[in-house]
Design a binder for this molecule. Structure first.
Ligand code: SF4
Ligand code: SF4
Ligand code: SF4
Length: 156
């Protein structure tokens, strides 16, 4: 399940002190989830011991952000069967390598986004994913075509 801004907000100090550079704690919560801010930027959380317990809960809640790539894409390797559906349906692979994809060979380029390695899919070139960067498009093609529910996104 995606982490919601409200879940994060509830654990922040909720003082709207602006020390993080945001005007409200809710805005900071949104940016934390989008990985535009880091928890350390909310300095009161670390400086005031009355927030120790909230800090611990927040760190646990946000743990999945660490394993996510910059795209928010997470592969559960225990569920992945290595079927390569996600590799085949990725629109970036199709436009970069129409010959390989059209022939059924899969992407023959050196820098695909997703590649099957050791029987599971790995994100090898996240910067090419449509979900990467400021102008990202919330593409869901790989997740929607995974028969094992092995792909999820942190948001969208
Ligand atoms: S520094 Fe923390 S408490 Fe202050 S506004 Fe930002 S998120 Fe809220
Ligand atoms: S989110 Fe879209 S562009 Fe990114 S890897 Fe999945 S299918 Fe490809
Ligand atoms: S479609 Fe799902 S099961 Fe198949 S390789 Fe991709 S992540 Fe793994």
């Amino acid at each position: 399940m995606p982490i919601t801004p409200m879940e994060v907000y509830k654990l922040l100090p909720k003082t709207n002190c602006r020390k993080c550079g945001e005007t409200t704690c809710m805005s900071f919560a949104f940016k934390l989830i989008n990985r535009e801010k880091t928890l350390e930027e909310c300095t009161p959380l670390f400086e005031d011991t009355k927030y120790s317990s909230q800090l611990k809960d927040l760190q646990n809640l946000l743990e999945p952000l660490k394993e996510a790539t910059e795209t928010g894409l997470i592969v559960d390797e225990d569920l992945c069967s290595g079927c390569a559906n996600c590799v085949v349906v990725c629109p970036v692979h199709a436009s970069d390598d129409p010959y390989g994809m059209g022939s059924g060979l899969g992407p023959t380029i050196d820098d695909p986004i997703l590649r099957i390695e050791d029987g599971v899919v790995r994100v090898v070139n996240m910067k090419k994913c449509r979900r990467y960067g400021k102008n990202r498009i919330l593409c869901v093609a790989c997740r929607e075509n995974c028969p094992s529910d092995a792909i999820r996104f942190l948001e969208g």
